[in-house]
Ligand binder design. Structure first.
Ligand code: FMN
Length: 369
């Protein structure tokens, strides 16, 4: 019997050939939001990894929504051209059936920060910082920029930016759009009581805190063709007393499903600085399991899923419909091919690499992945 990991899955009207997704990973290597040669090699490589779905890194819907000076955006014609160059090349060499998506994001109060290798703190005065926005004028943590509490005009503007970036993404050629509602960025910061203390229609009750992410899902879904899948990355918990809870997340996922959201990828944390998270193998899978059981939305689990056996186990146990891998596939860019080897599945390799498949050379070993 074919392992579940290598069976197809429908995400709305898009079918992915297997259940391995590459989670979005910022490369911090863009030039004013435009992808560069780094992205060219990176995305081409990910397209040959054996993953059925490649989600491109958090891509800012407006310039001030970038996390760092190096983050990708889709807010200009130049950004759109650069992304198209990369995606066209990646599609030209990708394994058959590989689907490409993009994560549309706004960094909110966590914008204007340094790249990880520069320290990952808020940009200093000499580093060309920019003003940030959030639901309330509460910084992410000590030393972070205090965001400007958004006006109604700002909120309507952000909805428009998501719609326009989504339309650009469709022109670029992505088939899946993932709205970033996690990791403390703008849409999550509206969901979480630690960052959202508004008293208008966008804050207060849980329904009001979830209203902006859902309004954006609705607007984006309406603005792109039906053959495009629109999903979201959500937060299962803030891991903070008084923060966003799994009950809130279930409400969010129900709302997304009602708006024809194609899937929920369940992550967690990063709502505020200095929060302890019980990180360990498969640590976010129980959150995905609860979302799937309570809502029936197509659910993706992510977070320290590093072996083929773990991935297959999550699916066999019915805890999620799809899994995503991030660091393990940066480390081993053929992770999907190796997972197939480990589970006894033959995935077609690029012909140029075929002589390296385990059956064809004496030095081959199927690793524990
Ligand atoms: C280099 C790097 C960049 C990341 N960038 C993003 C991002 O753009 N958007 C996002 O939602 N998560 C991002 N993440 C989080 C990953 O998508 C993933 O959820 C996390 O690494 C846990 O999965 P893993 O244990 O398989 O690495 C990033 C992680 C890494 C390591």
């Amino acid at each position: 019997m074919t392992p579940l990991l290598f069976t197809p899955l429908a995400l709305g009207s898009v079918t992915v050939p297997n259940r391995i997704a590459i989670a979005p990973m910022c490369q911090y290597s863009a030039d004013d939001g435009s992808m560069t040669d780094w992205h060219l090699q990176h995305v081409m490589r990910m397209g040959m990894s054996g993953a059925g779905l490649v989600i491109i890194e958090a891509t800012a819907v407006e310039r001030r929504g970038r996390i760092t000076h190096g983050c990708v955006g889709l807010y200009s014609d130049a950004n759109e051209r650069a992304a198209k160059r990369v995606l066209d090349a990646a599609k030209a060499v990708a394994l058959p059936g590989t689907v490409f998506g993009v994560q549309l994001a706004h960094a909110g109060r966590k914008a204007s920060s340094q790249r990880p290798w520069e320290g990952a703190a808020a940009l200093g005065a000499h580093e060309d910082p920019w003003p940030t926005i959030g639901p309330s004028a509460i910084p992410f943590g000590a030393g972070w920029h205090t965001p400007n509490a958004m006006t109604e005009e700002d909120i309507q503007g952000v909805i428009t930016h998501f719609v326009e970036a989504a339309q650009r993404a469709v022109r670029v050629g992505y088939d899946v759009l993932e709205l970033h509602m996690a990791h403390g960025y703008l849409l999550h910061s509206f969901c979480s009581p630690v960052s959202n203390q508004r008293t208008d229609q966008w804050g207060g009750s849980v329904e009001k805190r979830l209203a902006l992410p859902l309004a954006i899902m609705k607007a984006v879904r309406a603005a792109v063709p039906k053959h495009i899948a629109v999903g979201a990355r959500i937060t299962g918990t803030d891991w903070i007393d008084g923060g966003m809870t799994i009950e809130d997340s279930i409400l969010l996922a129900k709302g997304l499903r009602a708006l024809n959201g194609a899937y929920a990828c369940v992550s967690s944390g990063a709502a505020a600085a200095d929060v302890r998270i019980p990180v360990g193998p498969l640590y976010q899978v129980p959150l995905a399991e609860k979302i799937k059981a309570a809502t029936g939305i197509v659910t993706r689990a992510v977070g320290l899923i590093t072996t083929a056996q773990e991935a297959e186990g999550v699916l066999q146990d019915g805890k999620a419909d799809q899994i995503a891998v991030a660091r393990a596939i940066l480390d081993d860019p053929h992770w999907g091919l190796h997972a197939a080897d480990a589970l006894g599945v033959t995935l077609p390799r690029p012909l140029q690499y075929d002589r390296a498949s385990p059956a064809k050379w004496p030095g081959a070993r199927v690793n524990s992945r």
